[in-house]
Write a protein that binds this ligand. Structure first.
Ligand code: SF4
Length: 127
C-alpha cells in the first residue's frame, strides 16, 4: 500500500519545528519527514487518517478534531487543484503547497482555527 498523507499535513510538515502533541507523535513526524526528504516518494492524498495521525494521542479511537481537520483538508485540496485519492510525488505536492497556499497568502484560509496557528504563522511569516 502506498504512503497516505492528509492534505493539510503538507502545511504541518512545512511548519514542523519539533513541537507536537507527544514525544511519540513528534518522533513519528521526524521519521516521516526524513523519509519524504530523502526518498521523495509517491504518496496518496488520504480521505481520512494517515501515517501522522497513527501516532497522535488525540486519535485513540477516532480523531477528536475530525470535523475541523476535514475542513483544513478540503481547503488545501481546493487551493492546490487536487482530489482525495490523487497520487503524486512529495516534491510536487510540496511545491503546490508552497506556491498556491503559502506564497499566495492563503495560509490563514486553511489554518486560522487550528490551536497551533500562532506558532505556525510565525514560521510562515519569517521565511
Ligand atoms: S496551523 Fe495547524 S493545521 Fe496549520 S500547519 Fe500549523 S499545525 Fe498544521
Amino acid at each position: 500500500m502506498s504512503l497516505m498523507l492528509r492534505p493539510h499535513h503538507g502545511l504541518c510538515i512545512h511548519n514542523f519545528v519539533g513541537k507536537g502533541y507527544s514525544e511519540a507523535f513528534t518522533a513519528n513526524m521526524k521519521t516521516v519527514i526524513a523519509h519524504l526528504a530523502q526518498q521523495d516518494p509517491l504518496f496518496t492524498l488520504a480521505k481520512g487518517e494517515d501515517v501522522l495521525c497513527a501516532a497522535c494521542p488525540h486519535n485513540k479511537t477516532e480523531c477528536e478534531s475530525a470535523a475541523k481537520v476535514r475542513k483544513f483538508d478540503s481547503e488545501v485540496l481546493r487551493l492546490c487543484g487536487l482530489q482525495p485519492g490523487d497520487t503524486l510525488k512529495w516534491s510536487e505536492f510540496a511545491a503546490l503547497v508552497d506556491s498556491r497556499i503559502l506564497a499566495a497568502g492563503e495560509f490563514s484560509t486553511v489554518c486560522a482555527s487550528c490551536e497551533w496557528y500562532q506558532t505556525c504563522q510565525a514560521i510562515v511569516n519569517h521565511e
